[in-house]
Design a protein around this ligand. Structure first.
Ligand code: ATP
Length: 791
């Protein structure tokens, strides 16, 4: 039985191995070197063909005859292939083909990503055809220049367009190439010529004084010779004395007579600081910035108007203080505590929109835990729900008792958006969440969080919360700066945002709808976001930047060349409104990319906001929780849920309707979420949606579903140095967990996680199973050796 199990495990392991069709590093080196050398060989053959083609042409028909000698440096093969590509093909332009083959080989050889290669081939072939046609004009004088294809195409065009028509067409194609491929515009050429002219002028001006000097010099020399001429009989010594130029004309400073004793302080020193050498790269970018200004990502939608405050509704007035209620609550708190023999030295009330905070300072010697235990008793005496005791309030030295107000005030989105705190916020992704207990607007930066988890039972304000976050971003960001990926399994909550698809949403190229309501499509989108993440990391690496902010600043200063794939990177915010539903239907397949994004995406501007009704441990697993330090809890139904989401109690004591707790890893803050109603969101999206938009939603990289479903395919050569050791630890313990590797091999979490992924790719451990440890697919060392040797 056990044996059978091992066999099936092994076969699964083999299956995982077989799936990868992509060449590994070694195969890439072999293929790369082949193409590189083949391209070079073609070039050698072509050059030789240019010199010897006439002599070799007669031998081509006798390819099989070994006796016949060929002059081509690559012999018969060289002559035949050159004849095919040059004489019968594209003439001189065939060199481009050889260069393309070599270049592709080189890319493979050094393992560079080949995304731009296709582009190079496309343009290369077009240029080749153009050149062939162009050389076709000279077919009469030299039939080799354009090759047969060049001649035929030129002839064909001349038949239909005539000579002049063909020349016009060729000039047009040349301009199109300069503009589309080299991105040259008349302004740029104008700018270039202008700077050239300025440089020339400067150069000319610089040269003038030297010219003057020489004039002076000759004058002086003439004078000198004139003065020496009349007295030819003078001795050379005398002449020397005579020829000394007058003092004032001498450019050299006369040395001062040396004092007998020199005081060091009398000696004057001229300090010259070495100038920083200006980098060539900076010079170019500065020149472009000077000519065209900084790159402005908003230029394409330069007339975009931010939504106005009028689109948002005002709800009631400010907070009303009910003196009677306050007094009543205070008395009851003091009485209840007195009953338990807790004397109070001082009490202070702060009235917030939904709750009032009573801060008490107990008499000396009272144990804080005693008050904390009285939560229920105080709630009973105040006959109120949602009492929370904070003992002590961090940084204040008092004990806080939060008591809900009888009449709560709605915090309107309008009031938080209009607040100076939001308007003047210097944040990358400002989110106005609502107001604190002391009625201050609470604004946080999503870019700093960097991901957020939101939980709350149904009807407690989650969707309103998400809308408030999205609205904040819509009010503060231009469509070029942020894109949303919206996942809405409930199908109704986020549909309003469809209107701003072409402004603010991102989607997969083949998806019709930008808002994803189908759970199976979520998997593809998440994986595509992982690809986007990897691509962005490549760009950042290339630009030597540590994060998206630095990268975009550099790009705006035109220090990064768009020709090398660099582009302005908008922030991407992924919003999932019902994560539990996703996990139930798609399970690990969504969990893995979400965990990956959560772990790695912070630096490159992808941020996740995940909302769920059921914050149970199988929905919010350890790995997800560890990477979502910012949490929002609306009212939940149990203490356990509260603990899962906040790592503490309190969310079960909230009163609902937007009453929420927020934490960013440290203290827990009670907030009243800003309220934005559906008609308001409708108005905002309508306002934005009716403006000029991009041609399409922001397109994420294409992703083809992987058969293995795990998405793990790791190159053998990229394995960690401790891979073998880690495999042995896992096989010995028969438990596939990263924390085990962390402990045994003393590794950091990320490295252990990577090794686990590599072990999965090698078929040693099974796929990710949420909170459970992974299955180990290899039973003993012998099987492990066999598996690794077979690779
Ligand atoms: N910040 C708020 N201020 C005032 N009322 C609110 C606030 N948030 C929510 N409410 C009230 O609570 C109701 C339910 O809110 P919401 O639709 O956001 O709940 P939900 O948690 O998304 O529920 P579900 O999970 O079932 O979709 C709203 O219609 C509104 O009346």
């Amino acid at each position: 039985m056990a044996k059978k199990k091992t066999r099936t495990k092994k076969s699964t392991a083999k299956k995982t191995k077989k799936i990868s069709l992509r060449p590994n590093r070694q195969q890439k080196v072999v293929l790369g070197s082949f193409f590189m050398l083949f391209g070079l060989a073609l070039m050698v053959a072509f050059v030789s063909f240019l010199l010897n083609w006439e002599a070799d042409q007669s031998t081509l028909t006798q390819f099989g005859d070994r006796e016949i000698e060929t002059k081509n440096w690559l012999s018969k093969f060289g002559a035949a292939i050159s004849d095919f590509f040059m004489y019968k093909g594209f003439g001189f332009a065939a060199f481009i083909l050889a260069i393309l083959i070599s270049y592709s080989g080189f890319n493979l050889f050094i393992g560079r990503k080949s995304t731009k290669l296709l582009n190079s081939w496309f343009w290369g072939i077009l240029v080749m055809i153009w050149l062939a046609i162009f050389f076709g004009f000279f077919a009469e004088t030299n039939s080799l220049m354009g090759g047969r294809i060049g001649f035929e195409m030129n002839d064909f065009l001349q038949d239909y367009l005539g000579f002049i028509g063909t020349v016009f067409l060729m000039v047009f194609l040349f301009i199109a190439y300069l503009s589309l491929r080299l991105k040259l515009t008349p302004e740029m050429i104008g700018g270039f010529l202008r700077t050239k002219k300025e440089n020339l002028d400067k150069e000319f001006q610089r040269e003038k004084p030297t010219f003057k000097e020489t004039e002076e010099e000759t004058d002086w020399r003439e004078k000198m010779t004139a003065s020496t001429k009349p007295e030819p009989e003078k001795t050379s010594e005398e002449i020397k004395l005579e020829t000394k130029p007058p003092k004032e004309e001498s450019p050299a400073p006369t040395p001062k007579p040396k004092p007998e004793k020199q005081d060091p302080e009398d000696v004057q020193m001229e300090v010259e600081t070495a100038k920083e050498e200006e980098l060539e790269e900076n010079k170019i970018s500065n020149k472009i910035v000077k000519d065209f200004g900084e790159f402005d990502p908003t230029l394409e939608l330069s007339n975009y108007k931010f939504p106005t405050l009028e689109l948002l509704q005002e709800y009631g007035g400010g907070i009303t203080v009910d003196q009677e209620e306050l007094e009543g609550h205070k008395n009851r708190i003091v009485e209840t505590l007195k009953n338990y023999k807790i004397e109070i030295a001082q009490i202070k009330a702060t009235v917030g929109p939904t709750v009032t905070l009573y801060e008490i300072v107990p008499e000396a010697g009272i144990r804080i835990s005693k008050i904390k235990n009285l939560e229920d008793d105080i709630a009973l005496s105040l006959s109120a729900l949602g009492i929370r005791i904070i003992a002590p309030i961090p940084g204040k030295g008092t004990i806080g008792i939060e008591v809900p107000n009888k009449n709560s005030t709605i915090v309107s989105m309008r009031s938080v958006i209009a607040s100076p705190k939001f308007q003047n916020a210097e944040m990358e992704l400002p989110m106005a969440l609502g107001k604190t207990i002391s009625n201050e607007t609470f604004v946080v930066d999503l870019a700093k969080m960097p991901h957020m988890l939101m939980a709350g039972a149904t009807g407690q304000g989650k969707s309103v919360g998400l809308n408030a976050i999205l609205t904040s971003l819509l009010y503060s960001k231009h469509p070029a700066e942020v894109k949303f990926v919206l996942v809405d399994p409930k199908k109704v909550e986020l549909t309003l945002f469809n209107k701003i698809e072409r402004h603010f949403l991102a989607k997969l190229p083949n998806n019709e709808e930008a808002i994803i309501t189908d759970n199976t499509k979520v998997i593809n989108t998440l994986n595509s976001m992982c690809i986007e993440m990897d691509e962005r990391y490549e760009l950042l690496k290339d630009a030597l930047c540590r994060n998206i902010k630095e990268y975009n600043i550099k790009f705006k200063a035109r220090k990064l060349n768009p020709e090398n794939g660099h582009k302005f990177l908008p922030y991407i915010v992924l919003v999932v409104d019902e994560f539990a539903d996703l996990i139930m239907t798609a399970g690990k397949e969504v969990e893995t990319p979400i965990a990956r994004l959560a772990q790695l995406a912070r630096a490159i501007g992808i941020h996740l906001i995940i909302a769920t009704q059921r914050p149970s441990v199988n929905v919010i697993t350890g790995i997800i929780k560890a990477n979502f330090p910012a949490r929002i809890a609306f009212r939940v139904t149990s203490k356990i849920d509260s603990r899962t989401i906040l790592d503490g109690q309190g969310a079960d004591q909230l009163i609902g309707r937007g009453d929420m707790l927020f934490t960013q890893g440290n203290e827990i803050k009670r907030l009243q979420c800003a309220f934005v109603d559906t008609p308001e969101v409708d108005k905002i999206t309508e306002f934005i949606g009716s403006q000029k938009a991009y041609p399409d939603a922001h397109l994420l990289p294409e992703y083809e579903g992987e058969e293995s479903g795990t998405g793990v395919d790791i190159d053998k050569s990229e394995r960690d140095k401790l891979f073998r050791e880690a495999a042995e630890v896992i096989v010995t313990a028969q438990q596939g967990s990263a924390s085990l590797l962390q402990r045994k091999l003393k590794l950091g979490y990320n490295r252990a996680g990577r090794i686990i992924d590599q072990l999965e790719a090698a078929g040693i451990v099974g796929p990710f199973e949420g909170s459970k440890a992974r299955q180990v697919l290899v039973t003993d060392f012998a099987a492990l050796d066999e598996l690794l040797n077979e690779e």
